[in-house]
Design a protein around this ligand. Structure first.
Ligand code: MTE
Length: 321
């Protein structure tokens, strides 16, 4: 199983230690060094990192040649951290980076509870220590028909779930983003049922492709991408990959999700990438890869059919969208 995609164990020496990352951020904040993306875009080369407060000369090392298993190059750190959907901060993709710079990503805990034998509150440091971090270079296909290739670091969600031991009644997993309207101005909007919630069937959650990502390009997770920890489910539309998770609940019934509550006809529970099922307002047959001219064909399950099609055997994937 899963021989096609890359899963590279990352030496801990290759990942900036979380404590060092935070102290660098704090140092920069104290020194009054601001890295607003507009400012940097105007005066820095395109590949300059603006997603985190990295000082001159310390931009993340971006090894050339990172690519997915199909041979498509990874998007730049710059692209990945400056074109974001994170409605808690803004509906404007380019405003998320500057608006999220002061978000407090530490201390952080995730409560795992519900239908489990060992309900546990994990500190982010415990997770980093306990579960070996791997690099996974995945395509991220947004429901809005754009995509990127992102070199995540993280660990399989299954490792965490095994640790808390789901009971035999557990059939679904619900995820919840932090609710902090004082830091996340978008959460004051009455148009969305905050906090952001998502869900997976237990077998989807246990699939080895499903990870909890704690970083990208070897850096701790940048704020605009869901610091300090977010879900990544690469064969589903990007909105299933919920950011800044504080709760994981094992349940018997299918949980409600923010997007299916807002638009049940448009955003289903499954939301598997499917070029044959148009969104009611646009085609899903093709997509725009950020950084490329033109469009490319969208692949069934975002190119991960070999790994995940068996999860949906016998299901009508047009009906169960
Ligand atoms: N998670 C939360 N909490 N809030 C959001 O608005 N947007 C989703 C998903 N996770 C979102 C979220 C959508 S629509 C996409 S496409 C991806 O995050 C984008 O991830 P990225 O900004 O890291 O590329």
């Amino acid at each position: 199983m899963n021989t096609k995609y890359k899963s590279v164990p990352v030496k801990s020496s290759e990942i900036t230690p979380y404590s060092q990352y935070l102290s660098r951020r704090e140092f920069l904040r104290a020194a009054g060094i601001v890295t607003g993306s507009a400012l940097l875009a105007a005066c820095a080369p395109a590949q300059r990192a603006t997603g985190t407060t990295v000082p001159e000369g310390e931009a993340p090392v971006l090894p050339p040649g990172k690519m997915d298993e199909r041979g498509d190059p990874a998007n730049s750190f710059e692209d990945i951290t400056n074109y974001n959907n994170y409605y808690e901060f803004s509906t404007d993709k380019e405003a998320v980076n500057p608006l999220s710079q002061d978000f407090t990503a530490a201390p952080w805990t995730i409560q795992v509870y519900g239908l489990v034998n060992n309900p546990t509150v994990f500190g982010i440091e415990d997770l980093l220590k306990e579960f070996p971090q791997e690099e996974r270079i995945y395509r991220l296909r947004c429901v809005e028909a754009w995509s990127m290739v992102i070199p995540w670091t993280g660990f399989p969600l299954a490792s965490l779930l095994k640790k808390v031991e789901p009971t035999s009644d557990a059939k679904f997993v619900r995820f919840e983003t932090v609710f902090r309207p004082e830091e996340m101005p978008g959460q004051k909007s009455p148009f969305y049922p905050w906090p952001y919630q998502e869900g997976l069937r237990l077998d989807e959650a246990m699939h080895d492709l499903t990870i909890l990502a704690t970083g990208l390009y070897g850096q701790p997770m940048p704020n605009p991408n869901g610091a300090p920890i977010r879900l990544v489910v690469p064969w589903k539309y990007g909105f299933k990959s919920i950011k800044s998770i504080v709760k994981i609940e094992l349940m018997a019934e299918q949980p409600s999700t923010l997007w299916s509550a807002v638009g049940p006809n448009e955003y289903g529970f499954y939301s598997n990438v499917n070029p044959d099922r148009p969104h009611p307002r646009w085609s899903q047959a093709s997509e725009r890869r950020i950084g490329e001219l033109g469009r490319r064909a969208t692949l069934m399950f975002n190119g991960y059919a070999e790994e995940v099609a068996a999860l949906y055997e016998g299901m009508d994937l047009i009906e169960n969208y």
